[in-house]
Design a protein around this ligand. Sequence first.
Ligand SMILES: Cc1cc2nc3c(=O)[nH]c(=O)nc-3n(C[C@H](O)[C@H](O)[C@H](O)COP(=O)(O)OP(=O)(O)OC[C@H]3O[C@@H](n4cnc5c(N)ncnc54)[C@H](O)[C@@H]3O)c2cc1C
Length: 469
Amino acid sequence: MAKIVVLGAGISGLSTAYALESLAKRDNLDVEIVVLEKRERAGGKMMSVKADGFLCEWGPNGFLDNKPMTLDLCRSLGIDVNLLRSNDNARKRFIYAANTLHRLPENAASFFKSNLLSWPGKLRLGCEMLIPTKRDGADETLADFARRRLGREALERLIAPMVSGIFAGDPETMSLRSCFPRIHQLEQEYGGLLKAMAKLGRQKRAEVKAGKQVASAAGPGGTLTSFEGGIQDLTDGLVKKLGAEVRTDSGVTWIEPKQGGFLLHLEDETQVEAEIVVSATPAHALAEMLTQTDEQSAALLKKIPYASMNVVCFGYERDKITMDLSGFGYLIAKGGKRNTLGTLWDSSIFPNRAPEGQVLLRSMFGGATNPQAIELSEEEVKQKTMDDLKLIMGIEAAPDFVKVFRHRRAIPQYVPGHSERLVELDSRLDSIPGLFLTGNAFFGVGINDCVNASNQISDKVIAEIKKRG
Ligand SMILES: Cc1cc2nc3c(=O)[nH]c(=O)nc-3n(C[C@H](O)[C@H](O)[C@H](O)COP(=O)(O)OP(=O)(O)OC[C@H]3O[C@@H](n4cnc5c(N)ncnc54)[C@H](O)[C@@H]3O)c2cc1C
């Protein structure tokens, strides 16, 4: 029997263990799977905190349904019946720029009517068609890409908020190719984003007309999807359905290779043997576990930086807020010199996030552009968030309910050189047979990306077990 140990019980580790179990069953392989988790609970960044009738997400508040991976997983777990789609009005998203909240345009007509970009900014964006394709193979930053193709204003008001919304990142230091491979690919394949949109739009219309596909009701960005009980229902569902043992309070300190496998050293000074190890921990944690095993792999992993973040949940009685809260919330444009990155109107997105007559707002504060924010006291974080809400949303009242979550290492940052580092890491790992890596540090930070990476690594692990016979 092959013993597989998965390290880390976030969505990546749990979905890997689940995929491994399913594949082993399909192929009639005899395997024992154990998941070792450092913390006292499984779920990693996914935790739904319930207090005073509010449901506050500690980390992610949902996944997008325009990719199949997480939906398929939910179906397989039998928890798809409890899926909760975001309200229709959550399609209304806002950007705070030049002291105003602007609705993010959803199509060309509303883009031209919108004041989010000035006329020179719109014209510059329209010139994207004429910009030559960059083919020097250099790993460009998102900011350089945006300035080159779309213009400075589009960088500040469209790209930078998107990067802070997904990565809490700084476009000046993030790699286009690693963060948004599809955008890089569209430039290379079609010679530009507008040309790609036009061509793909024509193709899609023709396919719909020929009955080959139905127009997606969810639109290109998909619909944010969660559960009645919050996003933690997904990791809870995995733990419940797994045959594998999930051992909490079991942090690994050293992955020691030995004949035919590994000896894993735990914080409590016990050891666990394994034939195959799949790490689904953050890169910095794996680096620590590999320091004595392979210094070069550890050094490569340490080069993946993480942005920190405070998540500030404020509950208010509804009538203390005068502005219309029908929408998803807003992100703040670059250069706005605000404390927060943006605020999600959580109780407008999903129905049961606040008690009757109250609302829940969730602000993101910190990120790669404001690393000092994680050092502030909780009181300072709260006060500075209130300052932003007063300025942007006109909220004068103090919140009736407050929860502040601190993430010292919230989200990995894919900086230029990321993809080359992954290739190097892959070849270093050839010298440690039986060790596999997954998790959000490598190929995408979204829940869909994590589930996809877990499925792919599980295929590789099963192939390895079959090869070993
Ligand atoms: C505030 C915030 C909001 C987000 N919003 C969204 C969103 O709305 N939608 C979306 O798709 N994504 C979102 N994300 C991203 C997404 O949540 C993460 O990328 C994803 O949950 C990461 O899962 P993971 O399993 O790879 O890592 P983690 O969840 O970090 O899990 C890693 C696990 O490894 C464990 N571990 C660490 N060291 C050891 C060790 N030595 N031994 C054993 N175990 C160890 C950790 O305790 C942890 O449980 C958000 C992230 C944050 C922080």
